[in-house]
Design a protein around this ligand. Structure first.
Ligand code: FRU
Length: 542
């Protein structure tokens, strides 16, 4: 008999089975969103990497097509690794990394960049792809170890009509984005200087480089747009910490370099897209709706033998729209795409109430395992907050020390999701407000998995970050997408995001409950809570 599958997502993308990792080449073409992904056709563990392919009209209801790229050439015989799509005169082409150990005359090149084009551009589903005969179009340059040379980005066009793109690499202890230029997208010339590099940041996997409107409008812009009205974002995925870091800065087109606005928040050092599980992400400009969309790989907290037993591993994060924060131009904001509303079924609410320390308040649901929850709390008098220093490196640790179960002063308050009726299982998403003793306040934002499962197998690390709380701020808000074994949190309008993976044993399907709690001695006013029950998407063949 087939295993019961209480942990598969209902509205997050997953292929029907086996291992998935990075999202690749996302784009919109002739009425369809295309998502490619790193996929092992044979097992629920990494290996034999191909490009899976799915299409959708809303980035939610995906249909699986035939594999787009298979390891069938000498330069990619061990795997077709990550890459990106670029439109050349309206026609998308794919750049990707081939993995091989074939030496030929090419002195043991391992990772090489290759290109594929669609066989029939009048097919909106772009069902068939072919690799160009000029492949590999790039091998590792002198001074770069060919095992650390991969993940070409979407190209962008300069004022000189030449294409640019970057490839992630590492030299000694420095991560770098090697810059290439080309007139025809096939023959590439390495620029003298990388677009950017940062010491002590590890290998830059899956770099992403794109413009944002400096006006902080939610509208997105095409990857080639430059000018004084634009800021650029450079994102890198660090292979050692397995986190995605980004920096906002200026793209100096004169010499093709990137200068971060704040050197302390340079790529690989500062801000993260997500403080939980989120990696190898990629954005694309959605010219269908004029916005920039972010997709990211959410890996497992389950152990490998459990993945093999359930025959799948990983999900994609729910598509997010990204734009610059008007309040703080060094930061971007992220929010689930609006299409999510097409999945809403029953609406469950809690009206305004006072939350005293201790007793939890249940949110009535019929299926607490698939929800989109929004909750607003009123900030109490901040003078009562505990004095506690938080910074980027201490927040996660403080989130496990100031765990939801411990009582505090202003908080912890928030939600228990995927909770069993007796709360012996619960994933706590919460705020803890602290004072720096100098008249400023911060909110720790935490996702505490420590009690998420009675099973001892899954990883239950607590995640967290913090947000400065301003004197004029009145509300602390959480948006939490709950989907069987994924909990995606967007705090304070998308200033901080935390994604976690959990494997409850009791709090599954209709048994999963939601509660509001306050474990701080200062009463907290709940302003309003809405929990939408979500439809189940059937990700089938086209
Ligand atoms: C990131 C990554 C990429 C590589 C791909 C291989 O998760 O390691 O650098 O191209 O996965 O599957």
């Amino acid at each position: 008999a087939a295993l019961p599958q209480p942990y598969r997502a209902s509205f997050h993308f997953q292929p029907p089975d086996n291992w998935m990792n990075d999202p690749n080449g996302p784009m919109f073409y002739k009425g369809y969103y295309h998502l490619f992904y790193q996929w092992n056709p044979y097992a629920a563990v990494w290996g034999n990497i191909t490009w899976g392919h799915a299409v959708s009209t809303d980035m939610i209801r995906w249909h699986i097509l035939d594999l787009a790229l298979l390891p069938d050439q000498w330069y990619d015989q061990y795997g077709c690794w990550s890459g990106s799509a670029t439109f050349l005169n309206g026609k998308p082409v794919l750049l990707y990394t081939g993995w091989s150990n074939v030496s030929f005359s090419r002195d043991n090149q391992v990772q090489m960049q290759a290109m594929a084009i669609a066989v029939n551009y009048s097919d909106p589903l772009l069902r068939q792809w072919t690799k160009i005969p000029q492949n590999p179009i790039l091998t590792a340059p002198d001074g770069i170890n060919s095992t650390k040379f991969r993940d070409p980005t979407t190209g962008w066009l300069g004022k000189d009509d030449k294409w640019r793109m970057i490839v992630g690499a590492k030299r000694k202890h420095r991560g770098l984005a090697i810059l290439y230029r080309s007139s025809d997208f096939v023959q590439w010339e390495k620029a003298k200087h990388p677009l950017h590099s940062v010491a002590r940041t590890g290998m830059w996997e899956c770099p992403d480089f794109y413009p944002m409107l400096a006006s902080a409008s939610r509208n997105g812009i095409d990857t080639s747009v430059t000018g004084p009205h634009v800021k650029h974002v450079l994102k890198v995925s660090l292979d050692d910490t397995k986190h995605d870091y980004y920096a906002v800065g200026t793209y100096v087109t004169g010499n093709d370099s990137f200068i971060p606005t704040n050197a302390k928040l340079d790529a690989g050092l500062g801000l993260r897209y997500d403080y939980g599980k989120y990696y190898a992400s990629k954005t694309f400009f959605d010219d269908n709706k004029g916005r920039r969309i972010l997709l990211g790989w959410v890996n497992e907290s389950s152990i490998e033998s459990a993945d093999i037993a359930k025959n799948w591993s990983s999900m994609q994060g729910f598509p997010r729209i990204v734009w610059l924060d008007a309040e703080n131009s060094e930061r971007i904001l992220q929010w689930p795409i609006d299409e999510i509303k097409s999945l809403y079924k029953q609406k469950n609410t809690l009206e305004s109430m006072r939350l005293d320390i201790g007793p939890v308040v249940k949110v009535k649901t019929t299926n607490g395992a698939q929800l989109d929850i929004e909750v607003d709390f009123a900030l109490p008098e901040l003078k009562q907050a505990e004095k506690l220093e938080v910074n980027a490196s201490s927040a996660q640790q403080l989130c496990s020390e100031r765990a939801s179960s411990r009582s505090g002063l202003v908080g912890p308050f928030g939600l228990l999701v995927l909770a069993s009726e007796d709360q012996s299982e619960q994933t706590a998403v919460f705020f803890y407000i602290v004072s720096d003793g100098r008249g400023s306040w911060n909110a720790l934002v935490c996702s505490d998995q420590s009690r998420s499962s009675l099973s001892t197998d899954p990883d239950k690390t607590a995640y967290g970050s913090f947000i400065p709380v301003f004197g004029n701020e009145t509300t602390m808000s959480l948006r939490v997408l709950v989907d069987h074994s994924i909990v995606e949190t967007f705090a304070q309008g998308g200033k901080v995001c935390i994604t976690s993976r959990v494997y409850p044993t009791k709090a599954i399907n209709e048994e999963a409950q939601v509660y509001v709690f306050n474990n701080g001695s200062v009463p907290i006013q709940l302003k309003k809570l809405t929990a939408w029950e979500m439809e189940t998407v059937d990700i089938g063949p086209f």
